[in-house]
Design a protein around this ligand. Sequence first.
Ligand code: G3I
Length: 382
Amino acid sequence: MRCPFAAVAVSMILIALAAGCGGTPESVGTGSTNSSLQSFFAPGDASLAARASAKGIVYGAATTPNALADARFATAFAAECKVLVTENALKWRDLSATPYSYDFSAADALLSFARSHNLTFRGHTLVSHDTVPGWFQATVTPENAQQVLRGHIAGVVGRYAGQMHSWDVVNEAVEPSELEPGGLRGSSPWYRLLGPGYIEQAFRAAAEADPKALLVYNENWLEYDTPYCGQKRGAVLDLLAKLKAAGAPIHALGIQAHLDADLMLQNFDAVGFRAFLSKVAALGLKIMITELDVRDRNLPADADTRDAIVAGIYHKFLSVALSEPAVIAVETWGLSDNYTWNSTYYPRSDGLPVRPLPLDDAMKRKRAWHAIAQAFDSAAPR
Ligand code: G3I
């Protein structure tokens, strides 16, 4: 389904870009022959990981064993990334087909790839409203839920203890539209069974199982200047403040940043987003951009025009994000356009392949790659 903004989106693009949402119209370009290909040109062959690392930032991407079975993709992944994020392999639903059984083969394959290419490993995600296994509902009760939560975390985190850069301990626990106290997601099975305390319990269990990993609270819809995102930012800040006040072992906020091009062009307020980052940092937390990509389903069909707009959005967003020294990591949700969740979840109505990531499907560096590289090159060291 097309976004309600679609009808106005394209005509708004140049206006929004001129207003500072991705460089000048000249720099972003509007056609395949436009000379502005240079505008996000990052000289040199250095990878995204190397450029980020030069500033004390970790760059990596989420992936799957299926994508890594493609030798060209695997080569590009090892060349561009420093951290491998498990896109699905460590979700409980993907690990456990029958009660309390675990099949770690997919996650172990990813870890093996990471180790053999000198990449760090990042776990996504231990506790989320949408990752419980099919058997959960019939098996987990208010009486055993705490024990089940602790057992799951101890088993999964313990297995990879000492080998993880970071863990998304709790994912998407805030949903203000559900009108629960604190803006928490009342429909989460964990909330229904354990109440709001499940979040702190999860962080404590993760820290016990791996005292070395960075423990992250990961959340979506924090990026735009809309009433909904405003509510979400407020509820997330309250939650983080409460966790810190309780002494919970939480180290970072993960901002997913699945950027919607329409919303970025019309509803991204750099000042407001920057102020939000400052408030998170003031709580003593680091910040990670955890699932970055740019949804291009309503952008013009012409690939070069689309790539230019997507690149502008990457550059604008990262320039603001990286101006906050607490931002220590950037991970894209995939690396190349042919392995992206957007193809399934947000396909284009014209049937053209989506182009949301830094590399194209031939592993060629796109304008988006140059925009990200340039944002890393311009970032202050941390
Ligand atoms: O594993 C089964 C496979 O056995 C089956 O044949 C196939 C048929 O559809 O489905 C496979 O499962 C799919 C799974 O990805 C693994 O490929 C699911 O249908 C599909 O819904 C699932 O989508 C994932 C989605 O989370 C839901 O878990 C996406 O790949 C993944 O990119 C996406 O990631 C989420 C983050 O966890 C949280 N933040 C938002 C982000 C994007 O939605």
